[in-house]
Write a protein that binds this ligand. Sequence first.
Ligand code: ATP
Ligand code: MG
Length: 216
Amino acid sequence: MTIDNSNQPDTSEQPVADEQSRQSRHKQRQQKLQQQVQQGIAKATTEKGLLLVITGNGKGKSTSGFGTVARAVGHGLTAAVVQFIKGSWECGERNLLQQHQVEFAVMATGFTWDTQDKAADIAAAERVWARAEQLLADPAIDLVLLDELTYMVSYHYIELERVVRAIQQRPASQHVVITGRACHRTLLAMADTVSEVQAVKHAFDAGIKAQRGIDW
Ligand code: ATP
Ligand code: MG
């Protein structure tokens, strides 16, 4: 017996047509997106030294700052790192970046809850800030990372006005990255780019100790 299919719709071409229409919708969306991106790029014409702040309670502030230093050095820019609080223990980034002519000025006191000596901490902060001021006045330095600077301001170890002045008066093309929790609102307002790293979870809370190469 022969089956008469003559008045049934022919569906054999349907999946091909669906795929073509999906492709075409995708193409339209991507073209629109491309236009928006290109308009954004066309508008962004200013060249200037940026102030970046990486703050928040999550892990990734200092590593982001050091990532920026590595990126800059990789392009042949000159960079310097000023480490507040830290420097009394080994630091993977320092081991690496010092081999690439990156100067490190370190406070090397360790955490305030370990030193428990306010006068000595303030003297160390003053000493390292004095070097930071010189770096922030040096047009030969393209990027200065001020790692954990926020605590120096919140503990009043370094006057906010001095920090503001040094950053405002720096060479026009010099970039600065500030890291640390609870950044002062004046510095946030001055910054061109602010990122807040949010703590979703941290291995430390599960009793895992700081791991070499990941945490320091
Ligand atoms: P990293 O240097 O890993 O980028 P960070 O700069 O964001 O961290 P800091 O507040 O400077 O964070 O903390 C320094 C050390 O504390 C690092 O070893 C880091 O892994 C750890 N740490 C960061 N965030 C947390 C957290 N939410 N809980 C516990 N430990 C943390
Ligand atoms: Mg840090």
